[in-house]
Design a protein around this ligand. Sequence first.
Ligand SMILES: *[C@@H]1O[C@H](CO)[C@@H](O)[C@H](O)[C@H]1NC(C)=O
Ligand SMILES: *[C@@H]1O[C@H](CO)[C@@H](O)[C@H](O)[C@H]1NC(C)=O
Ligand SMILES: *[C@@H]1O[C@H](CO)[C@@H](O)[C@H](O)[C@H]1NC(C)=O
Ligand SMILES: *[C@@H]1O[C@H](CO)[C@@H](O)[C@H](O)[C@H]1NC(C)=O
Ligand SMILES: *[C@@H]1O[C@H](CO)[C@@H](O)[C@H](O)[C@H]1NC(C)=O
Ligand SMILES: *[C@@H]1O[C@H](CO)[C@@H](O)[C@H](O)[C@H]1NC(C)=O
Ligand SMILES: *[C@@H]1O[C@H](CO)[C@@H](O)[C@H](O)[C@H]1NC(C)=O
Ligand SMILES: *[C@@H]1O[C@H](CO)[C@@H](O)[C@H](O)[C@H]1NC(C)=O
Length: 364
Amino acid sequence: MAFLCCAMLVMLMGFGSANATEELDYGGIPLWINRLQGEPTVMSLQGRLDPVWFRSNNPRSCPQLCDCPIQWPTALYCDHRGLTNVPDNLPNRTQYLFLQANNITSLSSSALANITALHWLILDNNQLQSNQLEQNSLQNHTHLHYFFANNNHLTSVPSALPVGLKQLRLAHNQISSISPGAFKNLKNLTLLLLQGNRLQTLTEGDFTGLGSLNLLDLSGNLFSAVPRHLPPSVQQLYLSNNSLTGLDEDSFEGLLDLKYLRMSHCGLQNPNVHRQVFNFSSLVELDLSYNKLTTVPRVPTTLQYFYLEANAIQEFNVTSFCREVGPLSYSRIKILRLDGNKMSYQQLPPDWVFCLRVLQRIYI
Ligand SMILES: *[C@@H]1O[C@H](CO)[C@@H](O)[C@H](O)[C@H]1NC(C)=O
Ligand SMILES: *[C@@H]1O[C@H](CO)[C@@H](O)[C@H](O)[C@H]1NC(C)=O
Ligand SMILES: *[C@@H]1O[C@H](CO)[C@@H](O)[C@H](O)[C@H]1NC(C)=O
Ligand SMILES: *[C@@H]1O[C@H](CO)[C@@H](O)[C@H](O)[C@H]1NC(C)=O
Ligand SMILES: *[C@@H]1O[C@H](CO)[C@@H](O)[C@H](O)[C@H]1NC(C)=O
Ligand SMILES: *[C@@H]1O[C@H](CO)[C@@H](O)[C@H](O)[C@H]1NC(C)=O
Ligand SMILES: *[C@@H]1O[C@H](CO)[C@@H](O)[C@H](O)[C@H]1NC(C)=O
Ligand SMILES: *[C@@H]1O[C@H](CO)[C@@H](O)[C@H](O)[C@H]1NC(C)=O
């Protein structure tokens, strides 16, 4: 019992410093809510807390179809209920609204109009349709930081998104177009997930306005070339599972901060990959696994993680990693994967150790 009291106290103190939740926002885990349960996620109460307990203890109003944990009065859990609509009469204290895994097809502008303090809106795994998403339904929610609608039936990126958004997750929809100006005012957006959609090309204005975008996931779309006009702030660019015909010398031009680049399962072949395409010194991680490369492309000496497994590589030339070898000119590669290729350890040239001086692991 004494232990339980202390645990409660810790929990309540955690809540007392409510501003701390803001700092813990990234990735969505205010840790104090699950200390007792040890659950890794805050997204759902399913199977974690007995609803009877907080329903009978909670003096606050709570929509019948939702759960309102007393430890976190600003959160409203309405997930996994088979709901076909956003419930009515949502309490205006709601800042974190969990509606994932329901059968919601539409979002009207009135549905959320009363909860103006909304920070997170989680609608993953529903059946939202673009033509039933009322244009201005989110526009006025200036505190909305996270909008998640992965695994829905959207066919375009919604327009009139609220200006305060930090994360927009729209993976695994059927998105083939981006509404004009959709991202125009989203200066604070750092993460944009669009993997598993049907995008083929991007036009020049599509990403205009995304001045802080850090991570952009475009994997599993229908791109045949690296899209142009990507925001220059991008540091993590994921393009795996697109059938790319090749890479040009300037495919990544203008992306001066690009550190993590993933292009596995892209059908890349040597003659179509320009020798200089990776010659930019910001690069830290490069994933070219599961392609059809026969030689190792040239990479900058700054690269630390290089994934080339499951290609058809037959030869290994140290000049791919080091243009010259000297006291300060050597490759920073720590991990190199060459397994699943057509070469063996014995085929490494004798001089490779002078170039790959800080290598921690090689798979071959
Ligand atoms: C919700 O959708 C699932 C899967 O599409 C379906 O099996 C289920 O019957 C639907 N439930 C309701 C209440 O519509
Ligand atoms: C919003 O609040 C008004 C006034 O309290 C109420 O009439 C209306 O039904 C509420 N809307 C929703 C969707 O809950
Ligand atoms: C919520 O609504 C009540 C009355 O309906 C009002 O007194 C209160 O100020 C509102 N709170 C917010 C955060 O809007
Ligand atoms: C958004 O705010 C504007 C100005 O306050 C208002 O005219 C408009 O009706 C609001 N839209 C919605 C969907 O609430
Ligand atoms: C963007 O973030 C900054 C810093 O957190 C904040 O001051 C600003 O109000 C935000 N802009 C919008 C439109 O929310
Ligand atoms: C790409 O497709 C492969 C094979 O279908 C799959 O195993 C892998 O998880 C996918 N990767 C990404 C990043 O989508
Ligand atoms: C790589 O780019 C730098 C400038 O960024 C250039 O000086 C250098 O010659 C290029 N490397 C090769 C091998 O062309
Ligand atoms: C490695 O590449 C350099 C420059 O492309 C070339 O001069 C050299 O002959 C190659 N070495 C081997 C062993 O193929």
